[in-house]
Design a protein around this ligand. Structure first.
Ligand code: GDP
Ligand code: MN
Length: 344
């Protein structure tokens, strides 16, 4: 049993990772953005903020991915705002398109049903392709194969604080596998049978599951003692991760099992709940890191750092409006993972 002097979620980034901005020491890491050509303005806006707050000091390279070729204009605009290098990749059709073995009639019925219930992206096939791509394929893209660590970026996101430490060297040095800033419950209608399928996989492959894992944060105990899936998921529009987690045999088997069930199309399984189960099943809980220091916003939801990190990062955000302070956040369940282990 590992005894913590402080729970990992409250442990600030060690000083040694703050000194790396002024050195040439870098991790084998890449910034990844999947985008459509029409995302051009939002992509540029995210990168400008990302560069200002972090990357102009570190110079990590970018890989942009798309299911159709990027336009010359898209490339020119991105080249104009990155401080480092950028590569532009095309996703192979076999990593993107709805597979031929999916029963299109059944899939189309599912889309109609979700459309009628106004589920976000309920009728979209391309959104489902995107979720399946991020669940099982992006880490296998040829342009990403040379790298071990990644930071996933999306168009139209905001960064609130100056990041003066190297998160990749931190991941490497502290043996972390997955980093997040926001965690929330997912929409029930998009993942009706996901937990059932995960449980079947676990029952069939008990030897693949990590000891001391984070699965308990995904299960609430009901009054009658039954465990209930709370649909908490790390919001995957922000991820700092170790590709080896996804490239590992246990995760690959897990993805292939889920994929074979067709839920990416017969329901609308997101890459966020799938990655969350992946990280929770195949990493130890202390290998999943909450990046309190990184102030971040996607859509209407923001994470604004708590504690000394706010001042140190010169953060420009409202702590009161931060999701961490709202009951909706799943952060308390993540915190609770470490409670019994704390040595005071
Ligand atoms: P949300 O974050 O769940 O609301 O979904 P988004 O619309 O932001 O999509 C998530 C990510 O996938 C973003 O980086 C989008 O640019 C990208 N994306 C979504 N659909 C497509 C698509 O059809 N083609 C490409 N190339 N990128 C897509
Ligand atoms: Mn988004």
């Amino acid at each position: 049993v590992k005894i913590w002097t402080e729970p990992p979620y409250k442990t600030p980034i060690p000083e040694k990772y703050y000194h790396t901005a002024n050195t040439t020491r870098r991790a084998n890491a890449v910034i990844v953005m999947l985008a459509r050509n029409s995302d051009i303005d939002g992509a540029e806006s995210s990168i400008v903020q990302f560069e200002t707050t972090f990357n102009r000091k570190f110079g990590y390279p970018y890989v942009f991915l798309n299911d159709v070729p990027f336009t010359e204009e898209f490339k020119r605009r991105m080249q104009g705002v990155v401080s480092s290098s950028a590569q532009f990749g095309l996703i192979p059709e076999s990593h993107w398109q709805q597979p031929s073995w999916i029963n299109e009639e059944k899939a189309s019925r599912a889309r109609d049903k979700m459309g009628a219930r106004h589920v976000p992206f309920g009728t979209s096939v391309s959104y489902r392709n995107m979720c399946r791509f991020y669940s099982g394929f992006f880490f296998r893209h040829p342009l990403l194969l040379p790298y071990r660590y990644y930071w996933r970026l999306e168009p139209d996101v905001e960064f609130f604080c100056d990041v003066e430490f190297d998160p990749f060297l931190f991941m490497k040095g502290e043996n972390k596998k997955y980093g997040f800033t926001i965690s929330l419950p997912d929409d029930r209608t998009t993942i009706r049978t996901l937990r059932r399928n995960v449980r079947e996989f676990v029952d069939k492959n008990p030897d693949l599951i990590s000891p001391d894992n984070a699965v308990p944060m995904l299960l609430d105990t009901r009054k009658n003692g039954m465990k209930e899936y709370n649909r908490c998921h790390f919001w995957s529009n922000f991820e700092i991760g170790d590709f080896d987690l996804w490239r590992s045999e246990p995760y690959m088997k897990f993805f292939e099992f889920l994929d074979s069930r067709g839920g990416f199309y017969y329901e609308r399984w997101g890459d966020a709940p799938v990655h969350t189960f992946g990280a929770a099943l195949f990493a130890r809980k202390d290998q999943i890191h909450f990046f309190n220091e990184i102030g971040y916003q996607h859509g209407a939801i923001a994470h604004c750092p708590e504690g000394p990190a706010f001042t140190r990062g010169k953060c420009r955000c409202s702590q009161a409006a931060s999701i961490d302070r709202k009951p909706l956040s799943c952060l308390s369940r993540y915190d609770a993972l470490f409670e019994g282990d704390v040595l005071v």
